[in-house]
Design a protein around this ligand. Structure first.
Ligand code: NAD
Length: 333
C-alpha cells in the first residue's frame, strides 16, 4: 500500500528542490502517494492564511508531511509559516543530525552529532509588543512540560541509537528563571537514564567548543532560539546549509524539512543543492520503516558527491536537476 505524505512545495527555491526529491523517489520506485497541500506566500497573496486550516487538517489526517522551505515576511504582517505549522501540529521536537558526508571537504572530520531543539516555546511564542512608543518587549516562554518532553525525546533517542551522551545547552547563568527551569528539568530527566552521560554547557561556550572539539559531542538538547542558531552553526560545519537535514516530530504527526530557508535570490535558477531536503526525506523514510530505500538513496547520494558531482555551494557546477539526475543514475535496482 502506498504511504500517504502531505507535500508542501514551499516558496523561493522550494518547488525546484521538492521536484528534485520527487524525481529521486520516483526513480527509486517508492510507493508514495504525494498529497499537495498549500502554505506560504502564495496563500497570503491569494488572501488566505499563511497556513490554511485545510493544510493543518490534511497533515493531521495522514500524519506525515514533507515540506520545501517557506519565506517568512520580515517585520510587520504575517507570522512565520514554519512556526505556525510547528505550533498548530504541536511538532515539539526538531531533530537536526549533523554528520560529515563523503566528498564534502570540511575541517570538521568525523562530525557526527544530533541537535534536539524545542520547537514550540521560547521567544518563538511570538508574543511581543511595544511597551512604549520606543521600547519593545518579547516574551520568552519556557514551561516544565515543554522542557521535559524535549529532554526526554533526546534521551530516548540516545538510548535507542546507542549514543553515549546528552548535553543541555542553555544560558541559565543569565536567565536564571527561564533557562534555570529548562536546566533543572534536564537534570531531572537525565536521572532516569543513568547509562547516558549528561552534562550542560552555556550556549556561547558550546558554540566555541563545537568548532574546537566537535568530536566530543554526541546529542545536544536545547531551547528553540539557541537550537535555531546552533543548528545553522553545525550545518556550516557539515558543509553548509545545502546539506543539513531536519525533522519535526510531535506526538501525532511528523514533518520533514531542510534546515535552510527558501533562498529566494536563487529561485528559478536551478542552482541550489537538493541534498538537505533529500536527507530530510530519507529521515522520513526511516520514520515510515522504508529502511532499504533509505539506504539505497543515501548510498546513491554519497556516490554522487564522492565522484565530484556538486552544486555551486560545494564548489561544483551541477544544477539542481542535474544533481538529482546523477543521484538517480547511482540508485540500485
Ligand atoms: P536561507 O537558508 O534561505 O539562505 C541563506 C543562504 O544559504 C542562501 O543565500 C544560500 O547562499 C544558502 N543556501 C540556503 N539553502 C541552500 C541550498 N539548498 N543550496 C545551496 N545554498 C543554500 O536563509 P535566509 O536567506 O535568511 O532566509 C530566506 C527566507 O527563508 C526567509 O524568509 C526566512 O524566514 C525563511 N526561512 C525558512 C525556513 C524554513 O522553511 N524552515 C528556515 C530558515 C529561513
Amino acid at each position: 500500500m502506498a504511504h500517504k505524505v502531505a507535500l508542501i512545495r514551499g516558496d523561493g527555491t522550494g518547488p525546484e528542490l521538492v521536484a528534485a526529491v520527487e524525481k529521486i523517489f520516483n526513480t527509486a520506485n517508492l510507493n508514495i502517494d504525494w498529497i499537495d497541500v498549500e502554505a506560504g506566500l502564495a496563500c497570503v497573496e491569494a488572501g488566505k492564511p499563511i497556513v490554511p486550516d485545510e493544510t493543518i487538517a490534511k497533515i493531521k489526517e495522514v500524519g506525515i508531511g514533507l515540506k520545501g522551505p517557506m519565506t517568512t515576511p520580515i517585520g510587520k504582517g504575517s507570522v512565520s509559516p514554519n512556526v505556525t505549522l510547528r505550533k498548530k501540529l504541536d511538532l515539539y521536537a526538531c531533530v537536526r543530525p549533523a554528520k560529515s558526508l563523503p566528498g564534502v571537504e570540511t575541517p570538521f572530520k568525523g562530525l557526527d552529532l544530533v541537535i534536539f531543539r524545542e520547537n514550540t516555546e521560547d521567544l518563538y511564542a511570538q508574543i511581543e509588543y511595544m511597551v512604549t512608543p520606543t521600547v519593545a518587549q518579547s516574551l520568552k516562554i519556557i514551561s516544565e512540560f515543554g522542557s521535559e518532553r524535549i529532554c526526554r525525546a533526546a534521551f530516548e533517542y540516545a538510548r535507542k541509537n546507542g549514543r553515549k551522551q546528552v548535553v543541555c545547552v542553555h544560558k541559565a547563568n543569565i536567565m536564571k528563571v527561564a533557562d534555570g527551569l529548562f536546566l533543572r528539568t534536564f537534570k531531572k530527566v537525565a536521572a532516569e537514564y543513568p547509562e547516558i552521560e549528561a552534562w550542560d554547557n552555556i550556549v556561547d561556550n558550546q558554540c566555541m567548543q563545537l568548532v574546537t572539539r566537535w568530536n566530543s559531542y554526541d546529542v545536544l538538547v536545547t531551547e528553540n532560539l539557541y537550537g535555531d542558531i546552533v543548528s545553522d552553526l553545525v550545518a556550516g560545519m557539515m558543509g553548509g546549509l545545502g546539506v543539513a537535514p531536519g525533522a519535526n516530530y510531535g506526538t501525532k504527526c511528523a514533518v520533514f524539512e531542510a534546515v535552510h530557508g527558501s533562498a529566494p535570490k536563487y529561485a528559478g535558477l536551478n542552482k541550489v543543492n537538493p541534498t538537505a531536503l533529500l536527507l530530510s526525506a530519507t529521515m522520513m523514510l526511516e520514520h515510515l520503516g522504508e529502511l532499504d530505500a533509505k539506504k539505497n538513496i543515501e548510498g546513491a547520494l554519497e556516490a554522487t558527491l564522492s565522484e565530484g558531482t556538486k552544486t555551486y555551494d560545494l564548489g561544483g557546477s551541477a544544477t539542481t536537476s542535474g544533481f538529482a539526475d546523477a543521484v538517480c543514475a547511482h540508485l540500485k535496482g
